[in-house]
Design a protein around this ligand. Structure first.
Ligand code: SFD
Ligand code: AMP
Length: 654
């Protein structure tokens, strides 16, 4: 039976001071999309006399997915490609259901972000006059033309280009900071809830959060808001355990805030059943793209069989029409066949790839490439390089194990979970009328925009596309603000109550901590770590995590939902001993909602649309007649109910 609900009456913890900031446009998040939005919005705002404010739970220089740096920009269309082909690639990779208006318009804008990055100082590998590959700095020293002036980048794949990207985020953040001015940036403030207008609950008007460094809360009041807090990491039990558990592929700071906060004010979500299960170098989580595409490495089962060649006819028969070219989830599927049938581990032949390259490259070029093989990881997945070093192995001498990791929810990489947003313009490329409701990338809540991992049904934006999409959304948000200049907004929520709710985990901890001698063991509360462990176990065992090799079915999902419902109820008794734990507590709260959306969407879609990402064992096929549709959900926090609808997929690019 549930314990009585607690309220914070400030009897056990002190009420923090509250700072209220009035602004026109609020950017929540400080990652790639947010930085793009900051630059774009500032350009207009300065002329129009509007105020733009950004709030990030971390520090802009190293926050979000690009914190460690990256070694490739995965979306650069370039003069040699057509945007239509980009749309076709994304459609194939995401199993035939994408919003082509969103993907196409992104394809038209993404290159400008890449040009900007280079202008701001990001070193991009280029081809020199003899056609040799040179590092970004060498390209500069040799006076090679910039990409925007016809410079030729070094492609690792059709859409990807190589960069010297250790300082990628610092460079992108610097431009955002210069554009906004530090006086308009709030770092280390975690946003917990969005506010809506008293007279129109479907209109966003603010956000409330707390400092993770001092006892202080913040209320931001705004005419329009962009929410870009990344995807969801650690909602599933990770493969890493014990001392390695902090390690994940995507950033652990992406805690589902992008989905949970809008959902709580009624924003519609789309394709939340989708997830990304990245094949990664085992234990270190190093990405494989550069090794597959650039170093041309082959992956096999333990018996040296190329599982792609071996299984592809079978995959084509299992998923007719979807396996003509090997999309990301189907590549996983081909490897999983081997793992399930006992022929693992899967090995990436890093050694052979290097030996093959030695045959065709000069010594100097090979040395550069070998250095890159290490740098590739040192600048974006340091633990992968540390692991090679600590295991005393050289990837150019022995093969390296790869493995499908735990699932992540995101909308910018090889996945398309997210919010249902308006397209760029009315009937863009012939899009249906109901794909546009006035402002590009606006959610179904008026004035609330999103970008990057937030926008659903349009993946494969990566770092550059997320930045570009932030720019696009910001431009639309400024237009929205101008069109709604005279709106008088007033939060419908009682701010004092919201602050009290945010600090409730402190009150609960202080009230009950002395009831037992061990602060972790207490029948009156759950600490964030305990909530996370429980959530991860539920998601892992019932919602198609690694425990069941990504397999689930209706009864499992229903049992998962039953347990998740208890967890949600218990999460009203989160306890936090300090500010860091308070952040962890609210992260778990956001994760639970995002996880629930994921579960309910998988339950709703009665087919296996993304084999290799997850399997509905009771509906193992793709069922285009019924399910080539967008699945859209809406949460009502008052009644705790979810509504589902579908909208047909419409192909815009032939
Ligand atoms: O190798 C709150 N990505 C890659 N993209 C590429 O272009 N090339 C690559 O090489 C890529 N690879 C890669 C990638 C990511 C990672 C982690 C690795 C390797 C190891 C993907 C891109 O990085 C990704 O697509 C974009 O960064 C997504 O941008 P965006 O803006 O949607 O999310 P973000 O950058 O993570 O930023 C989130 C921000 O939100 C803040 N935040 N702030 C306030 N309140 C809250 N409640 C908040 N919650 C979160 C965060 O601090 C952050 O600032 S490879 O694998 O392919
Ligand atoms: P990753 O490093 O796995 O995140 O992949 C980076 C980029 O390379 C993404 O655009 C992937 O879709 C692409 N990619 C990775 N592996 C392959 C592969 N085997 N074939 C084609 N594209 C790939």
């Amino acid at each position: 039976m549930a314990l009585e609900r607690e309220f914070c009456k400030w009897s056990y913890c002190q009420k923090p001071p509250v700072e209220t900031i009035e602004t026109d446009f609020l950017i929540v998040g400080g990652g790639m999309a947010a930085c793009g939005a900051a630059v774009e919005a500032s350009a207009y705002a300065k002329q129009l006399g509007l105020k733009v404010t950004l709030v990030d739970k971390a520090a802009l220089d190293r926050s979000g997915a690009v914190a460690m740096g990256l070694s490739a920009i995965n979306t650069y269309v370039g003069p040699e490609n057509k945007v239509d082909d980009y749309v076709k690639y994304v459609r194939t990779d995401l199993m035939g259901i994408i919003r082509e208006d969103l993907v196409h318009s992104l394809g038209c804008h993404v290159d400008q972000s890449v040009y900007d990055f280079q202008e701001w100082g990001l070193p991009i590998w280029q081809k020199d006059r003899e056609g040799h590959t040179v590092d970004g700095q060498v390209a500069r020293d040799e006076g090679l033309p910039m990409l925007k002036d016809g410079g030729v980048p070094c492609r690792s794949g059709r859409w990807q280009i190589m960069i010297n990207g250790e300082s990628y985020k610092v460079i992108v953040a610097e431009a955002a900071k210069n554009a906004l001015g530090m006086e308009n940036i709030y770092e280390r403030v975690f946003i917990v809830k969005l506010l809506t207008d008293k007279n129109n609950p479907n209109r966003v008007c603010g956000a409330v959060g707390f400092s993770v460094r001092e006892q202080k809360c913040f209320v931001f009041k705004a005419k329009a808001i962009l929410i870009a807090c990344g995807g969801v990491v650690n909602v599933f039990r990770p493969r890493s355990v014990g001392e390695g558990q902090g390690r994940a592929w995507y950033p652990v700071w992406n805690a589902g805030s992008t989905y949970a906060m809008p959902a709580e004010i009624g924003a519609k979500m789309v394709l939340m059943e989708n997830r990304f299960v990245p094949a990664r170098f085992k234990d270190g989580y190093g990405p494989v793209g550069a090794w597959f595409l650039f170093f041309k490495a082959q992956a096999t089962n333990a018996y040296n069989e190329d599982y792609m060649t071996k299984n592809w006819e079978r995959v084509k028969q299992e998923y007719p029409g979807y396996a003509d070219s090997p999309g990301t989830c189907l590549r996983n599927h081909a490897a999983m066949i081997e793992m399930r049938e006992g022929r693992g581990p899967i090995l990436m032949h890093t050694d052979k790839a290097m030996q093959e390259l030695a045959k065709v490259l000069s010594k100097k070029e090979l040395k550069h490439l070998e250095a890159e093989a290490w740098e590739d990881f040192l600048d974006m997945s340091i633990s992968a390089a540390s692991l090679w070093a600590s295991m005393n192995m050289e990837p150019d001498k022995v093969p390296s194990e790869i493995i499908p990791s735990e699932p992540y929810l995101l909308g910018s990489h090889a996945g398309c979970a997210g919010l249902w947003v308006s397209g760029p313009s009315k009937n863009y490329l012939g899009a249906p009328d109901d794909w546009f409701w006035g402002y590009d990338r606006m959610t179904t809540v008026e004035g609330l925009f999103t970008a990057g991992d937030g926008v659903g049904a349009s993946g494969h934006k990566f770092s550059s596309g997320s930045h570009a999409e932030g720019r696009m959304a910001a431009k639309a948000a400024i237009a929205f603000i101008l069109d709604h200049k005279d709106d008088k907004l007033e939060p419908g929520q009682n701010i004092d109550e919201v602050i009290a709710e945010i600090y409730l985990p402190f009150e609960i901890y202080e009230k009950y901590k002395d009831y037992t001698t061990a602060p972790d063991i207490n029948p009156n509360y759950l600490r964030p770590k305990q909530i996370q462990t429980r959530l991860q176990k539920i998601m892992d065992e019932y919602v198609g995590g690694i425990a069941t090799m990504y397999m689930t079915n209706k009864p499992m999902l229903e049992e998962g939902l039953r347990r998740l419902t208890f967890l949600k109820e218990d999460a009203q008794r989160m306890a936090a001993a300090d500010l860091h734990e308070l952040m962890r507590a609210w992260e778990q709260y956001h994760r639970i909602l995002a996880g629930e959306a994921h579960l309910r969407h998988i339950l709703f879609r009665e087919e296996t649309r993304y084999p290799g990402y997850y399997y509905r064992a009771d509906f193992p096929k793709i069922d285009d007649d019924k399910w080539r549709v967008f699945t859209i959900s809406q949460y009502d926090p008052k009644t705790n109910e979810w509504k589902f609808e579908t909208k047909p997929y419409v192909q815009l690019v032939k």
